[in-house]
Design a protein around this ligand. Structure first.
Ligand SMILES: [Zn+2]
Length: 505
C-alpha cells in the first residue's frame, strides 16, 4: 500500500497486515522474524512467524489480505510495542511549549503512551486525554496524575482536606496523583484515600519535606512509584537524618539545590551494605516502581553535552531555548557557576544511583522509563531515547531496557492487559524502525545514528519510521518534519538564532 504520508495518520483499518518485521517484544523475549502482524481496527489478531532469516518467505504461509484490508510492507524492519514515557509533562507556559509540538516530538520517537506527572491542571490534561483517546488529535494516550493540591482554593493543611481533595481529583477522572512531598499526616491520609479509590500515585520527594517523609515511608503508605531519585538516599542514611547542607544553603537558589544534590548519594549507605539491602528488599516486597529519569540530570555531570545536543538547532523552540538559559528564576537553569567540581561530583552520584537501580531490576523490581523533558536542555522524544541509553549505562541488557520502556510502564499504569507487549488481543501500539535498536539505541533518535557505508560515505540510519497508535499508522519522519517547520516559523518571527550561554555575537 502507499500511505497518504499525511500528518494525520492512516487508519484504523478493518484489517492491517504489517509484513516482514523482526519482532522485539516488551516481555524480555529475544528478537524473532520474519513476522507478519494482523490488526483489526485497533486489536492485534494474529502474530505469525512466516519464515527464517535469510530464506525467502513462502507467501502461501502468510496471512491473507481481506477485502478492504491494508498492507504495510516493513520487510527487514524492527517492530516493538509502543513506548511508555512515565514522566511526560505536556509542555508548559514557561517553556512556550504547546501540546501539539510536544505530542509530535513524542509520537515521532515512538512514544504512544505518557503519564503526565502534574502540569497545567486536571481540566487541561483531561481535555487532552479525551481528545487523544478518540484520536481527534495526534497524541499519545495520556494518563493524568494531578499535582497534589492543584486547583484547591486553600493550601491543604489537614488530613480531612487531603482526603476531600483526593476524592474530587478522582471524580474529575484523573488516573492518579503526583506528590512533591507534604507533612506525614497529610501524605498518609492522601495516599490512603487514593488507594481506596483504586488510583495510583507518583512522588518527587522534594527536599522541603523529605526529612520527615522519605521514599520508604511513601512506599509503606501506598505510593506506587517514585520519580527521579530524591528521597531514596534519605531512606538509606545510617549516620545522619538530614542531608549535609552547607549552612548558607537556600533551596530557592538552584545552584545550591542541584550542587548539593550531587553530593547526596555518597552520604547514603554504600551499595550492598546491610542497610542498603534491607531498604531495597522492603521496596521490592511492596512492589514499588522506580522511575529514575536519569536523563534529566545529565547536564549536571556534562553540561556541554546537553546544551550542544545536535537536535537543538532544528527542533528546540526559541522559547524553550531561552527557558534553558542560566537563570536565577527558571526551574532547572542552575548554571550560576557550574564547573569541573560540580560535574565530577555528579558523575560519582550517578554511579551510586545507577548501582541501586540496576540491582533493583536484578532482584525483580520494576524500573520504568521516564523523561521529564522540557527542562535542563532535555528535549521531548529525544531525551526519552537518551534515557534508554542511560539505562544501558546503568547495566541493563538492551532487552531489559525495552521491557522497561514498554511492559513495565504498562504494569505501573495498571494497563498491561491492553498495552506494553505485542500480544494477540492487545491494542495496536507499535514502534517500527529500520535498524536494530538493540545493537545501537541511537537509531531511535529522530536525527538517526551515524554510520559509514562500505564506500566510506557517511550516512544517517534509523529514526523511527512508523509509529502506530490505536491501529493508526503515523509517518514518524513526517511528524518530525512538521516540528522542524514549527521551529523555523517561530525563529523567522524574531530572526532568532540558537546561541550558547553568554555568547552574544
Ligand atoms: Zn517532572
Amino acid at each position: 500500500m502507499t500511505l497518504s504520508q499525511s500528518l494525520e495518520g492512516d487508519g484504523p483499518f478493518s484489517q492491517l497486515i504489517i509484513r516482514g518485521v523482526t519482532l522485539i517484544n516488551g516481555n524480555g523475549a529475544p528478537p524473532i522474524g520474519p513476522v507478519d502482524i494482523v490488526v483489526e481496527n485497533n486489536i492485534i489478531r494474529e502474530i505469525d512467524v512466516v519464515g527464517y532469516p535469510g530464506v525467502e518467505i513462502d507467501s502461501s504461509r502468510r496471512p491473507q489480505l481481506a477485502p478492504g484490508g491494508k498492507e504495510l510492507d516493513c520487510t527487514g524492519m524492527y517492530l516493538l510495542p509502543g513506548f511508555v514515557d512515565m514522566h511526560g509533562h505536556i509542555g508548559g507556559r514557561a517553556q512556550g511549549a504547546e501540546p501539539d509540538y510536544v505530542f509530535k516530538l513524542w509520537m515521532a520517537h515512538g512514544i504512544t503512551t505518557i503519564r503526565e506527572p502534574s502540569g497545567r491542571g486536571v481540566d487541561f490534561a483531561m481535555d487532552l486525554k479525551r481528545k487523544s483517546s478518540k484520536n481527534e488529535i495526534i497524541a499519545p494516550r495520556i494518563f493524568v496524575y494531578t499535582g497534589f493540591g492543584q486547583g484547591s482554593k486553600e493550601q491543604i493543611s489537614s488530613p480531612e482536606m487531603a482526603r476531600a481533595w483526593v476524592r474530587s481529583n478522582a471524580q474529575k477522572g484523573a488516573d492518579g496523583i503526583k506528590f512533591f512531598g507534604a507533612p506525614p499526616e497529610i501524605m498518609s491520609a492522601a495516599l490512603d484515600e487514593n488507594k481506596k479509590l483504586g488510583l495510583r500515585s507518583a512522588c518527587h520527594h522534594a527536599q522541603m519535606d523529605v526529612a520527615r517523609w522519605n521514599v520508604l515511608q511513601s512506599a509503606r503508605a501506598g505510593l506506587t512509584s517514585m520519580e527521579h531519585w530524591y528521597g531514596l538516599p534519605e531512606a538509606l542514611f545510617t549516620d545522619r537524618t538530614v542531608q549535609d547542607y552547607p549552612l548558607d544553603y537556600n533551596y530557592n537558589n538552584e545552584q545550591h539545590r542541584f550542587q548539593e544534590a550531587g553530593r547526596l548519594w555518597e552520604q547514603a549507605a554504600p551499595p550492598y551494605s546491610e542497610h542498603w539491602n534491607t531498604v531495597m528488599d522492603e521496596l521490592l516486597e511492596l512492589d514499588f516502581t522506580l522511575d529514575p529519569t536519569f536523563n534529566i540530570y545529565e547536564a549536571s555531570r556534562d553540561l556541554q553535552r546537553a546544551r550542544r545536543a545536535e537536535w537543538h538547532e532544528d527542533y528546540t523552540l526559541p522559547s524553550l531555548w531561552d527557558f534553558y538559559q542560566p537563570s536565577k528564576i527558571s526551574h532547572g537553569s542552575y548554571w550560576h557557576y557550574w564547573g569541573t567540581e560540580q560535574e565530577v561530583a555528579w558523575k560519582r552520584n550517578y554511579t551510586l544511583w545507577m548501582t541501586f537501580v540496576n540491582e533493583y531490576k536484578n532482584r525483580g523490581g520494576r524500573v520504568t522509563t521516564g523523561s521529564d523533558s522540557g527542562f535542563i536542555f532535555q528535549l521531548y522524544g529525544f531525551a526519552y531515547v537518551r534515557e534508554l541509553e542511560l539505562l544501558r549505562e546503568a547495566g541493563f541488557h538492551p532487552l531489559e531496557i525495552i521491557r522497561s520502556a514498554t511492559l513495565n510502564g504498562a504494569e505501573a499504569l495498571g494497563v498491561s492487559d491492553k498495552i506494553g507487549t505485542v500480544t494477540v488481543g492487545k491494542l495496536a501500539d507499535f514502534v517500527i524502525v529500520g535498524e536494530n535498536p538493540l545493537e545501537n539505541l541511537k537509531v531511535l533518535y529522530g536525527t538517526g545514528a551515524i554510520k559509514l557505508t562500505e564506500d566510506n560515505e557517511v550516512v544517517r540510519v534509523g529514526g523511527v519510521r512508523y509509529t502506530i497508535k490505536d491501529g493508526i499508522v503515523y509517518d514518524a519522519k513526517a511528524l518530525l518534519r512538521d516540528v522542524k517547520r514549527m521551529v523555523e516559523e517561530k525563529k523567522r518571527e524574531t530572526d532568532y538564532k540558537i546561541r550558547q550561554p553568554g555568547i552574544r555575537e
